[in-house]
Design a protein around this ligand. Structure first.
Ligand SMILES: [Zn+2]
Length: 268
């Protein structure tokens, strides 16, 4: 199923490595993942989420504040995928969603997970033992044309061209982007003029939108650590001044809206 990032030939598992017919080989790390990213496809050694952001994500998600979103993704996988299908989590992060999808899947599906962050892939492979986890770039996926029946892309960069190349006709893409009100109550504290998110799905060619809905609910954040972890895993954190970010440091509880836009696209 996977192909060699150097010569594009198939790679097959041979004990503790993957190898192509041109003898390019990729070791399977002891944590169970394989690195399929070439140096020139990577922006830097620490590409992807940094470890603090990943730890914040791991902590926050493990408190199940985003469980309703995970439940929606589980429902979509069970609704749209069939026995024998191949499904990729493109930008798996810490593996929180995929772990639950695998546990709740009613179908016989081969699961793959990719992220540009090696540390994220290690976290994912620990949680998702049955999945094939690899370090890679969503803009250069190591799959052949039409290899996949579905991709999930949750708060991640995406490539219309690459996704339409690897998803077969009739296959699905599940995309999650921020809803209008996502974390508005936190923004009200941090910013003088908070704004609602511009709500939009993916801009894609060769896909039709088949279903789109919001998952919106109130989160009762009860601890300062929970609030700070949520804020630190958001992109806002890195674009906001220290002074503004520090406004959350003494906040012990808050009711905050989680609002996700979930879009289902079918490859045409
Ligand atoms: Zn090769």
């Amino acid at each position: 199923m996977l192909r060699c990032p150097k010569c594009q030939e198939r790679i097959i598992k041979d004990r503790n490595r993957y190898v192509c017919k041109n003898n390019h080989s990729y070791d399977i790390a002891k944590q169970g993942y394989v690195n399929l990213i070439l140096a020139n496809q990577k922006s830097s050694d620490s590409a992807g989420d940094n470890i603090d952001s990943l730890k914040a994500r791991e902590y926050f998600l493990n408190n199940d504040y985003y469980k309703p979103l995970a439940d929606s993704l589980i429902t979509l996988v069970n609704k749209y995928l069939d026995d024998g299908n191949v499904f990729l989590d493109a930008g798996c992060g810490t593996g929180y969603y995929l772990q639950q999808i695998i546990a709740e899947s009613k179908k016989d599906i081969s699961f793959y997970a990719v992220d540009i962050s090696k540390k994220g892939v290690i976290m994912t492979s620990k949680k998702c033992k049955s999945a094939t986890c690899f370090v890679g770039n969503v803009f250069h996926l190591p799959f052949e044309e039409a290899d996949l029946d579905g991709i999930m892309s949750v708060f991640c960069p995406y490539s219309s061209e690459e996704f339409s190349r690897v998803i077969k006709k009739g296959g699905y893409l599940f995309a999650v982007t921020p809803g209008k009100e996502h974390l508005f109550q936190l923004k009200e504290i941090v910013y003088e003029t908070p704004y609602l998110n511009k709500e939009e799905g993916y801009k894609l060619e060769q896909f039709n939108l088949v279903e789109q809905f919001n998952v919106t609910y109130n989160m009762n954040l009860k601890k300062n650590k929970d609030i700070l972890s949520l804020w630190r895993m958001m992109p806002y954190y890195h674009t906001t001044s220290k002074e503004d970010n520090s406004k959350l440091e003494s906040l012990d509880r808050i009711d905050c809206i989680a609002d996700f836009l979930v879009s289902v696209y079918k490859r045409c």
